[in-house]
Ligand binder design. Structure first.
Ligand code: F6P
Length: 259
């Protein structure tokens, strides 16, 4: 729209932050690129934001997915960044063993830790578990320690997905996907499927971060590229306004047009 054309990125960032009522917004400028280039631009902005704001003793939870993978790849300290991150701890937001290895939260946390020279803790727990198996795994000392640290995380870095797409990625049957969307699910983040008001309609029986831990994080950072996720974001941000948004320019303008 006209507004977007006359506003610079930084004006747009401030305006979007104020209208959403969240902490901070970073917009990655679209350079008429492919979807891939736009996703890479957003990931670079996110990596830069994290490097700039990372405290020497921070506990950082990072989610799974292709967006987080790209961020982890870009978390490389530059030469004049003398800050030591050896006391920083990276953790996956949840157990994700069973999904594609490259985009499992555990592998992404490991890659981010390696790039930063930081420590890492894991949640080697399958994605979906019931009852007693879940209780047993949650009592393993290493898993408990990670969960304790997730409860006091300084940063939670995550993306969002469309409910139907995430359900499909996780191998849900078409019938169950329909049941899920019939309940109003439009978005997904850390195993929670929510409707347009940010109400949770279904959750995975996973081990990891829950809504309380998410709300308690000192700095929650949601990162996404591509306007097909705008709808999910508009639902998600209502859950917790203690939030930083890192997004591409086109999606940023679309959000602004819709609030
Ligand atoms: O499955 C992990 C997860 O972080 C989801 O919670 C989220 O919806 C999705 O990945 C995002 O995936 P991508 O970055 O590939 O779009």
């Amino acid at each position: 729209g006209v507004m977007g054309e006359i506003m610079g990125i930084s004006d747009l960032e401030v305006k979007l932050r104020d209208k959403l009522g969240i902490n901070y917004v970073v917009i990655s400028k679209n350079v008429n690129g492919t979807e891939d280039m736009i996703a890479e631009g957003v990931a670079k902005c996110a990596a830069k934001y994290i490097l700039k704001n990372l405290g020497p003793h921070d506990k950082v939870a990072i989610a799974g997915g292709t967006t987080m993978r790209r961020i982890a790849e870009n978390l490389v300290k530059d030469k004049d960044n003398e800050e030591g991150f050896e006391d920083v701890i990276l953790m996956p937001t949840r157990g994700s063993v069973g999904s594609e290895i490259e985009i499992q939260a555990n592998s992404i946390a490991a890659l981010a830790a390696k790039n930063l020279g930081a420590g890492v803790e894991f949640l080697y727990v399958p994605d979906e578990l019931d009852g007693s198996a879940r209780e047993t795994l949650m009592s393993i000392p290493d898993v408990r320690r990670t969960l304790d640290h997730l409860r006091v995380s300084d940063k939670v870095v995550f993306s969002i997905g469309r409910a139907d797409m995430m359900a499909r990625r996780r191998g849900m049957s078409e019938e169950d996907i329909k049941a899920l969307t019939d309940k109003g699910a439009i978005g997904e983040a850390f195993g929670y499927y929510f409707d347009k008001n940010g109400e949770i309609v279904m959750k995975l029986n996973t081990v990891g971060i829950d809504i309380e831990m998410y709300k308690n994080a000192k700095d929650a950072i949601v990162v996404f590229a591509g306007s097909e996720k705008v709808e999910s974001f508009l639902a998600l941000y209502k859950l917790n306004k203690n939030l930083t948004l890192i997004v591409d320019e086109e999606s940023a303008k679309e959000i602004l047009n819709r609030i």
